[in-house]
Design a protein around this ligand. Structure first.
Ligand code: NAD
Length: 397
């Protein structure tokens, strides 16, 4: 099977779906790789590096799409809703398409892919199971975002993060409060700790208390009955819960120099947890980094992709954060993509069967393929997506 990698066309996107180092691993498993000239350039991977690892570099986008049996994208469908439309005529019947597709925000874009006859797989739909962890781009990209958010906060804060005892006096360490201790939040805690800050965190899932403490953070107790929903994700709570949470966070936020918010509820708008009144209570010079900006933001004053300064408090609402660390973000995506593609190869019925010859097999029984498969034979086939599309068009669910 020939895997194609084209230059990402989403505005500002610097990542690439496969890095050169993954090419020999793919070849060993029977794949060939074709890459559009310049596709890895912005992530730090020149064409020569791909060639040195055994990929074929092609001059034009059209050639890559024409040659590839599988197109590997960082962003496709709903994750590249405007510029991605230009590629629609390039897809052909039966081609396999893999990438982050943001299907629930833009189900119409998935329907467009379906109309091209491709078998499209959405990487965000990978289930939260141990086996699927190695293919989970949401986790790998959340790691990048959590790290980056702390560096931005440190850069903006007019204070040191660590404590210093110097001849010029003692410097108190910065206080950092992380809201939401999922993958991004935990990485933010670890990064802020490494920089020497005093770190505390809160999550509505009480199970994360131990994880926060194991990283050297303090779990902020709030007398709230939060909870865990399906697959280890947070449940959506009612407005009364969020009102009480805001009430309890008021003092905590005011006592911190930096607040990093990562609170998300899958498929829903992010809850508003940091209000304008809380921002007012923070000391001038404080910094908020709102990693939920893409989903509406956890802070009332966040403006996506803008720097807002209110009463001396700086609020950052960055989007597409992983693209700001494109080298390692691409390396991580490549590993996720590699594992996902290899999972499309047939598996021996019996693990001890040494004579099994791997073949590309989308029809095998496999929970990961089933969970991520969005379009097939001209139709959208993913049940949850079909529901969303039916609701959008007013038809039967
Ligand atoms: P996420 O991006 O959906 O949300 C970020 C965090 O915000 C979560 O921890 C969530 O509980 C929290 N949150 C939601 N509402 C909140 C509120 N009102 N106040 C405070 N916090 C709030 O979550 P995530 O980073 O994807 O991780 C969720 C869990 O899933 C974690 O325990 C993670 O370790 C686990 N996980 C498992 C797998 C796997 O098993 N394959 C893969 C990835 C993540």
């Amino acid at each position: 099977m020939i895997v194609g990698v084209a230059t990402e066309s989403f505005p500002g996107e610097r990542r690439v779906a496969l890095v050169p180092d993954i090419v020999p691993l793919l070849k060993k498993r029977g794949f060939e790789v074709v890459v559009q000239a310049g596709a890895g350039q912005q992530a730090g991977f020149p064409d020569a590096a791909y060639e040195a690892k055994g990929a074929t570099v092609l001059g034009t986008r059209d050639e890559v799409f024409a040659k590839a049996e599988i197109m590997a994208h960082v962003r496709v469908g709903g994750a590249n809703p405007d510029a991605g439309q230009d590629d629609l005529p390039r897809y052909r019947d039966g081609q396999v398409v893999v990438g982050a597709a943001d299907p629930f925000s833009h189900p119409d874009r998935i329907a467009d892919l379906a109309a091209r006859g491709v078998s499209a797989f959405g990487l965000e739909l990978v289930p939260r199971t141990t086996r699927a962890q190695a293919m989970d781009i949401l986790s790998s990209m959340a790691t990048v975002a959590g790290y980056r958010a702390v560096l931005w906060a440190a850069d903006r804060l007019p204070k040191f993060f660590p404590m210093f005892m110097t001849a010029a006096g003692t410097v108190a360490p910065a206080r950092v409060f992380i809201v939401g201790a999922g993958v991004a939040g935990l990485q933010a805690i670890a990064t802020a700790k490494r920089l020497g800050a005093i770190v505390s965190a809160y999550d509505i899932r009480p199970a994360v208390k131990e994880e926060i403490e194991s990283l050297g953070g303090k779990f902020v107790e709030m007398e709230l009955e939060g909870g865990e929903g399906e697959g280890g994700y947070a449940k959506e709570m009612d407005e009364e819960f969020y009102r009480r949470q805001r009430e309890m966070m008021l003092k905590v936020v005011a006592a911190n120099d930096v607040v990093i918010t990562t609170a998300a509820v899958p498929g829903k708008k992010a809850p508003t947890l940091v209000t304008a009144a809380m921002v007012e209570g923070m000391a001038p010079g404080s910094v908020i980094v709102d990693l939920a900006a893409e989903r509406g933001g956890n802070c009332e004053l966040t403006k996506a992709d803008e720097v807002v300064v209110v009463g001396g408090v700086t609020i950052l609402g960055p989007t597409n954060v992983p693209s700001t660390l494109p080298f390692h973000a691409s390396q991580m995506i490549s590993k996720n993509m590699f594992n996902f593609l290899c999972n499309m190869l047939s598996k021996p019925k019996d693990r001890r069967d040494r004579d099994h010859v791997e073949a590309f097999d989308l029809e095998q029984e496999d929970d990961i393929l089933e969970a991520t498969w969005m379009t097939k034979g001209g139709e959208v086939i993913h049940p949850a997506l079909l529901d969303v599309l039916a609701t959008a068009t007013g038809g039967p669910a």
